[in-house]
Structure formats: C-alpha cells, structure tokens
Design a protein around this ligand. Structure first.
Ligand code: F0G
Length: 423
C-alpha cells in the first residue's frame, strides 16, 4: 500500500517509511482537536486508511478511543503481573464492529450504494444499522432466529434496519446473503469486506499508543467468523513495517468448544484445512460453524506464534462473571479470552512477567439475560454443573450475586446486609 503525503525518514532514498515520531505526535495531537474526523479513534489514524476519495465524508459516530483497563484481580488469579482489557465494548454501539463499520460503510456511501447488508450474530448488524442510519442509507439485516441476544436485536430495529430473522443459524444466513448480493444492488458489509478489516486494525494502533508504543507480549481474541484476530495482526504488522513499533505481539485465538472449527483445524490439520461444524454455544456472537476468514487467522497465528484454545460453556460463564466482578463486564463471547488465558497459563504457555491484553469485544449490556441467568443459577444445565470441579463449584458459589425479592422494610434489607457481612 502506498501512503501518500508523508514526511519520510532520510531524504530522497525512495523509502516509504514515514517519520515515526512525527506520525505518533500527529495522532496524539488529534485527540485534542474538536474536528469530527480527529475525534474518531479510527480516522485519527487516517494516514493508514488511504482508501476514501474524500475522507471528510467518512460516516463516523466517534468510534474507537476505547479504554485499556488493568484487570488486577484476574491477573492475580492467573499469576500474571500485567493483565489488561482492551474494551472494544465501549464503542458507540457497544462492540468492536464499529471500528470496521465506519470504514466499510463510508466506502459504500462513496460508491453510492442505496442498500448495505450483512448476515450477523447480532453485533455487526447493530453497528451496520446505526452507521447506515447516520449515512441516510438503507440497511438489510439477516440474523438467525432465536439466537441473537436481545440488546443486539433491539439495536437493529431501533436504528431502523429491515431486520429479517431467518429460520436458520448464522452460517445459513451467510448462504442466503451470498445469493442476495448476486441478485440485488446491495453492498456486502460482512467481515469478508476488506475495508472492515482496515478499520478493525486500528485498535492495534491504539493499544500500542496506550502502552507508550511498546507492543504487549500477548493478545487474546475470541474467534467467531475469524476476521478480528487477522485485522489486529494486520495492524501490528503494518506498525512494525513502518518503524512505529519494534516487534509483533503473539496473537492467540480462543473459541467456544461448541463452535470450534478453527481449534480443530489448527490442532488436527495444522491449519491446512477447515471442516465446518454444527455450532452451538450460549456465546451467541461466536456461534459460527463455517468461518469465512479462517485462512487469514491461521496466517496470523503462524506469523505471531499464537495459540488456539477452546473453552467450555462452564469456563466461559465463570470467566465472564470474574471480569464483571472487576467492574468492567463484557458479553459472553468476549469472556472466552480470559477463560482461554487461564488454560494457557495452566499449560505454562504464558509467563508471569509477560504483558497480556484481552480484547473484550462486546459490552455486558448486549446480553443481560445471560448474566441474570448466571447469577440466578439457571444458566447451566444440571449436567453441565455436575461436570464442574471443586474449585469451579467454589467460584460459582462466590460469584453468584442473584437479585433478591424482599419485603419493603429496612429490617428485611438489613438482615441481608448482616448475612453477607458474616460470610
Ligand atoms: N466477539 C463478539 C462480541 C462478536 O460479535 C464477534 C463476531 C466476535 C467476537 C468474533 O469476531 O467474527 O471477527 O472472529 N460477531 C459477528 C457478528 C460474527 O455478526 O456480529 P470474528
């Protein structure tokens, strides 16, 4: 890719390496600006996004610029010194999809498409619906009937998308959409769209910036349709090639055990081929059996020396509650990162002094039903609960904070206070 209008290192050597300190300073300076593009944590890095004819026409909701939180309790539990959460759920529509959506939808508008469309497990559709509404475009959403968290479905209709719940799963929705784009002038906004990945690479830049341009040792992402790990890998690769950072982080991908085609591909076929599975997990965002971008993610795993792990429904539920107990919270799919980290630590694949970042992809309010069920003790089946080991049972007991229905008297409430205090 040719990056235009950069001050180059050295004079006239024909190199396309930018002046890295100048670029870092420019990006930091934009955080103080009130200009619309500068306020976006994606377009703030527009030197690395040179694909719009008129960048000023970008459709933005001031996405990006998400916090990097320390997770001290989780760190202690797994025996790490430096554990962080890059909380992509703190984006305008509550998920990491906004960073890719601002990029790809801006392209769709520049190309004058009247309609944009996606198949989704809920977050892409929420983001697409919002950005399309801002752009004055029409949005067609295909989602699996009954397997989309309420918060996400609500967003799609709230933002005015034509929302079709198809009687199939996500993979079935993708098949139908592939036919629709052949038959109608709709612009496809699934993550096979290359501009989505361009936007989704920017959290890598933010992470490096937030860590003083030091790359963390290890980043863990959830794996669903398998675009996000590859997008972050691209961001880190470009930064390294441009002299902004001095190395690549290890990027690992964690899948739910019930939706683990990459895990199987990686461990059984060395990433050479992928067999689709019938996906099933309560982490509905990553309930995907035939991921589109698996080859890109295999490339990222290989290039960065990443691991691929899978985690059970019980492990996801406990990990999510532990992240919640840090006052941060996330949706179930995001919690697979912490569940996976626990496994990698136990296997000796992550060391105490390493800096580790969990990419939390969605906000806890996306799927409140899951959280309430967990705390009421109705999330896991009896069979699932029976499989818990002693320490997991103890975690469940300690973590569960069900809401209590009480008589409206101070005595009733104080009794609860005392009961908790004596525990
Ligand atoms: N986490 C969340 C919260 C997601 O919504 C998704 C994907 C992922 C992780 C996985 O990312 O697909 O790049 O590997 N959600 C898509 C959607 C499929 O339609 O919202 P991935």
């Amino acid at each position: 890719m040719i990056y235009p209008s950069w001050a180059l290192d050295g004079e006239g050597d024909g190199s396309q390496r930018p002046n890295a300190p100048a670029l870092r300073a420019l990006w930091a300076e934009r955080r103080l600006s009130n200009a619309l593009l500068d306020q976006s944590g994606v377009w703030r890095f527009r030197e690395l996004l040179p694909f719009l004819d008129t960048p000023e026409h970008a459709v933005t909701l001031r996405e990006g610029n998400t916090p990097l939180y320390a997770l001290p309790q989780c760190a202690q539990r797994v025996g790490l010194e430096k554990l962080y959460a890059k909380h992509q759920g703190m984006n305008p529509t509550g998920s990491f999809k906004d960073t890719g959506m601002t990029a790809a939808l801006s392209v769709a508008r520049e190309k004058n498409f009247p309609w944009v469309a996606c198949a989704s497990t809920g977050n892409t559709s929420a983001a697409m619906a919002a950005y399309a509404a801002r752009a004055g475009m029409r949005a067609l959403v295909l989602i699996p009937d009954g397997k989309v968290a309420w918060g996400k479905l609500a967003q799609s209709v709230d933002y005015g998308a034509l929302t079709c719940q198809l009687k199939t799963d996500f993979d079935g929705c993708v098949r139908v959409l592939a036919e629709i784009v052949e038959r109608a002038p709709v612009y496809l906004l699934n993550s096979v769209n290359p501009y989505r990945l361009e936007g989704q690479k920017t959290p890598a830049l933010e992470m490096a910036e937030q860590m003083g341009w030091q790359v963390p040792d290890h980043i863990l992402v959830p794996g669903g349709n398998l675009a996000n790990g590859a997008a972050l890998g691209k961001g880190f690769r470009e930064m390294h090639a441009l002299g902004l950072t001095d190395r690549l982080p290890r990027i690992s991908v964690i899948q739910a055990q019930g939706a683990n085609p990459l895990y199987t591909s990686w461990h059984e076929y060395k990433g050479e081929r992928l067999e689709a599975v019938q996906a099933n997990t309560r982490a509905t965002a990553i309930r995907i059996g035939n991921p589109a971008s698996w080859k890109k993610t295999v490339h990222t795993l290989r290039e960065t020396g990443g691991f691929c792990e899978q985690v059970s429904e019980q492990e996801i539920a406990i990990a999510k509650a532990e992240i919640g107990a840090e006052g941060i919270g996330c949706e179930p799919a995001s919690a697979v990162t912490y569940a996976g980290l626990k496994k990698l630590c136990a296997q000796g694949k992550v060391h105490r002094e390493e800096s580790v970042v969990l990419v939390l992809t969605g906000h806890t309010l996306k799927d409140p039903e899951y959280t309430i069920d967990f705390h009421r003790g109705t999330l896991l089946t009896e069979a699932e609960t029976a499989k818990l080991n002693a320490s997991e049972k103890e975690s469940l007991r300690k973590l569960a904070k069900p809401p209590m229905l009480l008589e409206p008297t101070s005595d009733a409430v104080l009794r609860q206070l005392e009961a908790v205090g004596s525990k």
